[in-house]
Design a protein around this ligand. Structure first.
Ligand code: ISL
Ligand code: CA
Length: 559
């Protein structure tokens, strides 16, 4: 299918979680100057687009996803001058900066909310969802993302306000034209500064069912997940079209949306040529990690299910638009722990996973530390965690009867803080992240697992990521890796994750093949193969067959 070509189609993106990236003033918190310092490192890796998690002024109840002033940089990260310098330095290197756009909700410390509280029947109350309770109860029975009711009573009144996330994150009322106008003005203000675009947070939630009906409870707490209501809401498209028309379109901005619970028939509307967004994250593989009740009853890794999810979503989207592919982000544990069977949780396995992911159709987003194969971090007690959702999930696990140790194991596997431990730059104290006390524990494995060591080592995960990105972006192959069709391969093999990328008109074909099995496997090639890249010794072509040891990966041009 003929898709309108865009500047961002052939780029590779990287997510920075600023608090944990690089601290330059010894306060234990990463900062903007720390990002500037590492731009050359990222350029060398092959990165073009950088998404930075929120830098705005915030009380940090949810790590900056609770914004109290959209026009300010939080002082823990530096100043607006630092940020402007970052834009300039990125531009010098042909790199693009994306900020996080968190506009479903703001912080309860935001001026709008403070004014609303001061006058719960006044104009600012209508910036939010203030509703009367029912018979002394909240207006409806929704459970917020982080646990408990989505409704918080406003002291001295029978009114409640809606918060889909924590109670410190009141939802903004997108039905109010003044709210939209304020938000659009802010978005344009940032774009005029020279941002390339935004990653857009939790955006599907902006459309509500306005009479907020209760639904059948889905848990013993008598509540129902709040997304149940979002699924019923009609008309998010109108809001998103307006957002795009009033802001992104005017600046040719690149946007990547965080969308869960989208309706199946809306794919094209979301990321087609004229879609609401340039792209959106593919979260479908995540579904293999969902437990019935929480992290504590999440299923074990299931290769077949995972492969099905990835393949299905590649096929579903390729005639529509471009997905943004991830194996981890700041809300997920480390991909090298989640998406690999235990026997493959080593460097070869990590490179195999990278091969499988980076060459899929779509825009690869690499989360900081992924390129050196960072792992989940074991915490000694719940007190070592900072994340609001982890604390909630720990409590859910304890209430379900798990011991402290068992609940901590569930957090070790699933906690968002696994991705948030400081970036491991070298083997010096605190992994070279800070000269002060890091805000979150450094993973003790940093002495072996760090950037400095991996840059020097030609067999490291880092060196391999660099090669992989270089192949993807090379003059010879960028067209096929960007626009080539995705075709599943060797699906009859139980433990093989393989696919072709092909350009029909040129009859060019590349096979990406990886062996997740514990045993060696041999695949008969459908032509003469030329190996462009492989991840370990023992991967080779013999008598027309590709030999892949356990954890082997190969990228092969078939001629
Ligand atoms: O984190 C999750 C699962 O571990 C999700 O349910 C997550 O809350 C959801 O994807 C929305 O995430 C985004 O908005 C949240 C913020 O906490 C997340 O960090 C952000 O990515 C509220 O702003
Ligand atoms: Ca700092």
């Amino acid at each position: 299918m003929n898709m309108k070509k865009q500047w961002w189609h052939e780029k590779v993106a990287y997510q920075i979680y600023p608090k944990s990236f690089n601290d330059t003033n010894g306060d234990g918190i990463g900062d903007i100057r720390g990002i500037i310092e590492k731009l050359d490192y990222l350029k060398d890796l092959g990165i073009d687009i950088i998404w930075i998690s929120p830098l705005y002024q915030s009380p940090f109840v949810d790590q900056g996803y609770d914004i109290s002033d959209y026009y300010k940089i939080d002082p823990i990260f530096g100043t607006m001058e630092d940020f402007e310098e970052l834009l300039l330095e990125a531009k010098k290197r042909d790199m693009y900066i994306l900020m996080d756009l968190v506009i479903n909700h703001c912080s309860d410390k935001h001026e709008w909310f403070q004014k609303a509280l001061a006058d719960p029947y006044g104009d600012y109350a209508d910036y939010f969802y203030f509703r009367k309770g029912k018979n002394g109860n909240p207006p409806s029975n929704y459970r917020s993302y982080f646990g408990g009711s989505t409704w918080q009573q406003i002291e001295g009144t029978d009114l409640y306000y809606l918060h889909m996330f924590s109670k410190e994150q009141p939802d903004l009322n997108w039905e109010n034209p003044k709210v939209r106008e304020e938000l659009f003005r802010m978005v344009n203000w940032w774009l005029e500064k020279g941002l390339a675009g935004f990653r857009i947070d939790a955006i599907i939630n902006i459309k509500k069912v306005l009479d907020f009906p209760s639904y059948e409870p889905d848990g013993e707490d008598g509540l129902v997940r709040c997304t149940r209501m979002v699924e019923e809401a009609e008309g998010v498209g109108d809001l998103l079209r307006e957002l795009k028309r009033e802001t992104f379109d005017r600046h040719h901005a690149f946007t990547v949306a965080e969308v869960f619970d989208m309706k199946e028939d809306e794919l094209r509307e979301f990321i087609g040529d004229e879609g609401h967004f340039s792209t959106m994250f593919d979260f479908s593989p995540l579904s293999i990690t969902f437990g019935g009740h929480g992290w504590y009853d999440a299923p074990e890794y299931d290769f077949a299910k995972w492969r099905n999810e990835v393949f299905a979503s590649q096929k579903k989207f390729q005639n529509v638009g471009f997905l943004a592919n991830i194996i981890e982000n700041h809300d997920e544990p480390r991909g090298a722990c989640t998406y690999l069977p235990r026997y493959a949780q080593n460097d070869n396995g990590t490179k195999m996973l990278a091969t499988a992911y980076i060459l899929l159709r779509g825009i690869p987003f690499i989360f900081q530390g992924q390129e050196i194969g960072m792992k989940n971090c074991m915490m000694d007690s719940i007190d070592e965690y900072n994340d609001i959702e982890t604390i909630n999930q720990y409590e859910i696990a304890r209430k379900a009867g798990l011991s402290d140790e068992e609940a901590l194991t569930a957090c070790f596997k699933h906690s968002r803080d696994n991705a948030r431990t400081p970036m491991q730059w070298n083997d010096k104290e605190n992994a070279g992240f800070t000269e002060g006390i890091p805000w979150l524990k450094v993973n003790p494995n940093y002495r072996d697992n760090n950037v400095e060591a991996e840059i020097k080592d030609e067999n490291s995960v880092f060196t391999y990521y660099k090669k992989l990105i270089a192949v993807r972006k090379s003059e010879d192959y960028k067209a096929i890796f960007t626009y080539g069709e995705f075709v599943p391969a060797y699906t009859e093999e139980d433990k093989v994750f393989a696919y072709y990328r092909q350009l029909q008109e040129k009859k060019r074909r590349i096979l990406v093949a990886t062996n997740y099995g514990e045993e060696e496997t041999r695949l008969s090639l459908e032509g003469i193969g030329q190996v462009l890249l492989n991840n370990m010794e023992g991967v080779r072509i013999e008598d027309g067959k590709l030999k892949l040891p356990s954890c082997g990966a190969a990228v092969i041009e078939i001629v």
